[in-house]
Design a protein around this ligand. Structure first.
Ligand SMILES: Nc1ncnc2c1ncn2[C@@H]1O[C@H](COP(=O)(O)OP(=O)(O)OP(=O)(O)O)[C@@H](O)[C@H]1O
Ligand SMILES: [Mg+2]
Length: 330
């Protein structure tokens, strides 16, 4: 059964909070089917009153498990009044995943944002790397307190016309990560549903946490229509885990845009030095049945801590990558 067919079937279920079927309320926000035949749903309701959610959960489970024979059902609810949230607009999401930490995922995310901006696109970044959020540092931004609108929406931070929301702005830096845990799920939901992005935002890049574990998967579930980039280094150990990250994304039905091999080599006096080995990007792309979209060499920007200028060689590499991505989207 395809997701489209499932959507039609579930559309008949009554939303008790609106007294209308889900097909009319537009309440089926996301359907995922994983390899174990477990269905994940995000359902929008007018009210998440316990009586309503219990009833609709029962009705959905009856169809999904009893009638259609799926092995399990996970249902999450959100409120329809958040309908103006970014998830319902024509925004294109690009998730950046890596599997292994430290391979340059955040650096790639930030430089790609600049490249897209330089090509005339309006870009936002969600720094969802809860364990090591670093985009504000990479963009050379001061950590200040976030501000909200009267409607309790978060106003994104801004640097060079790129909008940004990052866990870093919401964390007490003196508290250990352990204390942060319980807040995280809630906070990340806000990042996806309650941010007052600029109306004209076209692309949102999501810097995902490393790994293929629960947190990475949970966040990927929040961006149902996201397409994924996989970052790896040429090293075998990084490529091995990057493949797993790619498979995890595919399991959630995210399309893979391709692979970026970062720190691919060092250009030294006209010679190409393979400091971190060779071939990781191609290995990952082959296993995931996709392409290497860019090989970014080892290098440091001249006038910025992490962002390459448009006329620096690596800045040009990022423009090339951004151009390729725009072609697949437009
Ligand atoms: N192409 C490159 N050449 C040289 N240094 C790089 C390159 N890409 C990233 N780095 C550096 O490597 C370090 C790790 O990069 P970054 O923080 O972007 O990785 P990450 O995958 O996001 O890591 P984490 O798992 O901690 O989030 C940083 O110091 C960054 O400046
Ligand atoms: Mg990072």
């Amino acid at each position: 059964m395809t997701k489209e067919e499932l959507k039609i079937k579930l559309g008949e279920v009554l939303d008790p909070s609106a007294s209308k079927p889900l097909s009319e309320t537009g309440g089926i926000k996301h359907i995922g089917i994983d390899d174990d035949n477990v269905v994940t749903l995000i359902i929008g309701l007018e009210s998440d009153n316990d009586a309503y959610t219990k009833k609709i959960k029962r009705d959905l489970a009856r169809i999904v498990k009893l009638d259609l024979g799926f092995k399990g059902l996970k249902t999450e609810f959100q409120l329809n009044k958040l309908d103006d949230s970014i998830l319902n607009r024509e925004v294109k999401y690009i998730g950046i995943a890596s599997g292994k930490g430290g391979v340059g995922k955040s650096t790639v995310t930030a430089n790609l944002a600049y490249a897209l901006k330089r090509l005339g696109k309006k870009v936002g970044i969600i720094d969802a790397d809860v364990y090591g959020s670093s985009i504000p540092t990479i963009l050379d931004m001061e950590i200040t307190k976030p501000k909200g609108t009267k409607e309790q929406k978060i106003i994104p931070f801004k640097k060079d016309d790129i909008e940004l929301i990052s866990t870093e702005f919401f964390m007490d830096p003196t508290k250990p990560l352990m204390w942060r845990g319980p807040m995280l799920g809630k906070m990340l939901n806000h990042f996806f549903y309650d941010v007052e992005w600029n109306d004209k935002i076209e692309y949102i890049l999501v810097d995902l946490p490393p790994g293929t574990g629960d947190v990475a998967m949970d966040i990927q579930k929040l961006i149902p229509d996201s397409k994924m980039l996989i970052v790896t280094t040429p090293h075998k150990s990084a490529s091995h885990i990057a493949v797993k990250a790619g498979f995890a994304a595919q399991q959630l039905n995210h399309d893979l845009l391709g692979v970026i091999e970062n720190m691919s080599h060092l250009d030294h006096k006209g010679e190409r030095l393979n400091i971190f080995g060779e071939g990781g990007g191609v290995i990952v792309a082959d296993k995931l049945n996709t392409d290497v979209l860019a090989s970014i060499p080892i290098g440091q920007p001249i006038n910025h801590i992490s962002i390459f200028a448009a006329d620096e060689e690596i800045g040009v590499d990022y423009l090339g990558l951004a151009n390729k991505l725009l072609k697949t989207f437009e």
